[in-house]
Write a protein of this length. Structure first.
Length: 125
């Protein structure tokens, strides 16, 4: 069984996974609960030390709020989990992090900007 830490909507989950005898299914244990998951598509994982793709991946705001700070610059190389910016929403500071490794190709907001849920904030290529 392999162990993983997943981040989904800025919440971390510790999971364990193992391939079952049926080639297209795996058993996943999330927070102590077993789930049998059907694999629809499987691909090779890219090398974490390389930028996986040249197509930009857009970081979007998970909720409406105000940009308090921007922690990266255009051209900066980031890793998955790197702090990109801080967004204030409902009097709470929300840290927005990179979901993949890559290079910051564009920053679409400035400090003090009001943003909507789903609005593009930063592009990573």
């Amino acid at each position: 069984m392999k162990k993983f830490t997943l981040r989904i909507n800025n919440k971390e989950y510790k999971i364990q996974a193992e391939r079952l005898e049926e080639a297209e299914k795996i058993k996943v244990n999330i927070d102590g609960i077993d789930h049998v998951v059907e694999i629809l598509e499987e691909s090779e994982q890219s090398n974490k030390n390389q930028i996986a793709s040249h197509s930009p991946r857009n970081i979007k705001s998970p909720l409406p709020g105000e940009v308090l700070s921007i922690e990266v610059t255009v051209g900066e190389i980031v890793s998955s989990g790197t702090k990109l910016l801080v967004l204030e929403a409902m009097k709470m500071e929300n840290i927005i992090t990179a979901e993949t490794d890559g290079k910051i190709s564009d920053i679409l907001v400035s400090k003090g900007d009001k943003v909507e849920a789903g609005q593009e904030l930063i592009k990573i290529e």
